[in-house]
Design a protein around this ligand. Structure first.
Ligand SMILES: [Zn+2]
Length: 290
């Protein structure tokens, strides 16, 4: 059953494109619809799914447990220094008043809310493939349109429609970002630094790859850097429950050590943990890469 199209989605509907025929969409009665009558119902929770029909029902992306854990950590303010740094970067880019800000791999939408708070005339488009994330972020902010789509494959926006994209601990698709950014547009990429959550490394079996920065630069070859690399680091003070949530809100959730709970119980509260994130800003290349 479809629901009314939220105002946040209606006002940017024409920037979105149909996954079947790639033409722009428009807001209809409870759905977004293209000129060839492909229709996409708005879910009860206020988001629209723009995936090829064969994939619409697939359980992909972060599950409800991961999203609930992330929402609890974000709502408690543990990652506020990162949100603040993203908002400051956005402000420093001197964007047009009525900018469109894309959060590619938005999760709960928490960081995008922080960015929009500093960009009063801007509207946000939060894209994530997870149904649980889409449900939660649909109620995150009245200026955020929520779209469930897979940015690995394509970004569900028309060409040259986005002023600023943010990518926070998310998959990156530079070809699609270059397509959807307007000339002069930029992407701010946040990635974990090598020491991010290092005190918790004994609890799980994955680590931040040391060559990540090099791979990131390679991925954005041909994109002018708009600024220096900014390191944001702070100390988290966590309860055991917070630690469990931080580990289960990301990829470590699938790689916890079998004796995880025993190790966790042995840590003194508050557990002091390093958070360290690197921010990079890349300008859209003048000539599209493909
Ligand atoms: Zn269509």
């Amino acid at each position: 059953m479809s629901s009314a199209v939220p105002a946040s989605l209606a006002c940017i509907a024409e920037l979105l494109r149909c996954p079947a025929c790639l033409s722009p969409l428009a807001a209809g009665q409870g759905s977004l619809i293209c000129a060839r009558r492909h229709a996409y119902d708005v879910a009860r929770h206020g988001y629209v799914t723009l995936l090829p029909s064969a994939r619409r029902c697939c359980p992909i992306g972060d599950d409800a447990g991961m999203i609930n854990a992330r929402a609890a950590i974000m709502d408690a303010g543990h990652f506020e220094p990162l949100t603040t740094a993203l908002a400051e970067r956005a402000c420093s880019l001197a964007l047009p008043d009525s900018s469109v800000v894309l959060d590619a791999g938005a999760g709960t939408g928490h960081h995008l809310v922080g960015v929009l708070a500093e960009l009063q005339g801007a509207v946000g488009v939060a894209v994530d493939v997870s149904r649980a994330a889409s449900r939660r972020a649909a109620r995150a902010h009245h200026r955020i349109a929520r779209v469930r789509s897979d940015i690995w494959e394509e970004i569900p926006l028309c060409d040259a429609t986005v002023d600023l994209a943010i990518s926070v601990f998310a998959p990156r698709n530079p070809d699609e970002l270059a397509r959807v950014l307007r000339p002069g547009g930029a992407v701010v990429v946040a990635t974990p630094a090598p020491e991010h959550l290092q005190e918790l490394a004994t609890l799980h079996a994955i680590s931040v790859h040391r060559t990540k920065a090099m791979r990131l630069q390679h991925l954005f070859t041909g994109w002018p850097s708009a600024d220096r690399v900014q390191r944001v680091s702070w100390i988290l003070r966590l309860t055991h429950q917070d630690v469990a949530r931080i580990l289960t809100m990301g990829p470590a959730a699938h790689h916890l050590r079998p004796d995880f709970l025993g190790h966790l119980a042995a840590l003194n509260e508050p557990v002091r943990v390093t958070a360290a994130v690197e921010l990079r800003t890349f300008r859209r290349p003048e000539h599209r890469l493909r």
